[in-house]
Design a protein around this ligand. Structure first.
Ligand SMILES: Cc1cc2nc3c(=O)[nH]c(=O)nc-3n(C[C@H](O)[C@H](O)[C@H](O)COP(=O)(O)OP(=O)(O)OC[C@H]3O[C@@H](n4cnc5c(N)ncnc54)[C@H](O)[C@@H]3O)c2cc1C
Length: 285
């Protein structure tokens, strides 16, 4: 199918993009890589009255380390993250590893980090890692300037975020290194969106697991943390029994839905397997 008619604007910079959003009203949409938005427009699931193209905006494509944090510009492609190990280092290697799960190579070369966060698919790898690692999303509007929103508040539910219609995502900030982190997922075909994805991060010191974070995608309306599994990992002795107990706790804590792709029970069993696999991978790093 072809999209419904829309007006097209090419922004020269972020200021102009957000001014256009304010002027054109809430039916206007930003266009980044176009992979999700244009597909939705072709299926008439989205009918924006106007598109504001960010493609020529400079200065929004970067991976930067600053005071231990990692900053990722909104127009940074998935491929740039996948190949950015020099900047990511061991501390943020989980992002480069996770990128290989994200679609196929051509998708990774065009799709953007900010577009993925703004699109808020329940199994998107970047949304999952943003929730896991307490990332912050920086947005800006022409009228009100910039504000910073914790990822867990920004990602509200199915394709829904806390950004106002006149706001653009500028960057995502991962505040602290995550050396022992891993993301695992299961998709029926390579390159498809995952049915379930699990991401974990462990704070290991003096042979103990001081704290663990566990987040899941594909089991709720957006990526979620699992406090019941995290409680199991607090101040514990790292051993396979511990990882199994945390994986069991995660599977028990969720209420996934059933749909044409998988039953709730299958998603629960996937969760247990994937959390266990992620924990084993994270501790081995
Ligand atoms: C076959 C296929 C497989 C895929 N597999 C995966 C996968 O496994 N995992 C995954 O996570 N993704 C997957 N994707 C989606 C892909 O990663 C997209 O790149 C991503 O979801 C959106 O990025 P984009 O730059 O294309 O955004 P666009 O499609 O341009 O925009 C998406 C939405 O975000 C908004 N937006 C874009 N940029 C901004 C901004 N800076 N500020 C505010 N709003 C903005 C747009 O208005 C729109 O609503 C797949 C896509 C395809 C076609």
């Amino acid at each position: 199918m072809k999209p419904a008619a829309f007006a097209y604007h090419r922004a020269r910079d972020l200021r102009e993009a957000t001014e256009l959003l304010a002027e054109l009203g809430e039916d206007a949409k930003l266009l980044a890589g176009g992979l999700s938005l244009v597909a939705m427009m072709n299926f008439r699931l989205a009918r924006p009255s106007a598109l504001v193209d960010l493609g020529r905006v400079e200065g929004l494509s970067y991976l930067r380390r600053e005071n231990g944090a990692l900053r990722i510009g909104a127009l940074t492609t998935h491929h740039a993250v996948e190949t950015g190990r020099e900047v990511l280092g061991e501390e943020f290697a989980v992002l480069a590893d996770a990128a290989r799960h994200l679609g196929h190579h051509p998708i990774r070369t065009r799709g953007t980090f900010g577009g993925s966060i703004a699109h808020c698919d329940p199994t998107a790898e970047w949304c999952l890692l943003a929730v896991l690692l307490d990332a912050r999303v920086v947005v800006t509007s022409a009228a009100r300037g910039s504000r910073t929103i914790p990822a867990a508040e920004f990602l509200r539910g199915y394709f829904s975020t806390a950004a106002e219609p006149d706001e653009a995502v500028v960057e995502v900030v991962f505040p602290a290194p995550a050396r022992h982190a891993a993301l695992t997922e299961f998709a029926p075909r390579k390159g498809d969106f995952a049915l379930v994805a699990a991401a974990v991060e462990l704070d290991m010191a003096d042979g103990r697991c001081r704290r663990g974070r566990v987040a899941l995608g594909g089991v709720d309306a957006t990526a979620v943390r699992v406090p019941a599994a995290e409680a199991v990992l607090t101040d514990a002795s790292p051993a396979d029994d511990l990882w199994l107990a945390a994986a069991d706790a995660a599977a028990r804590a969720i209420e996934p839905g059933s749909d044409a792709h998988a039953s709730a029970d299958y998603r629960r069993r996937l969760t247990r397997t994937l959390v266990l696999r992620a924990l084993r991978e994270a501790v081995a790093r």
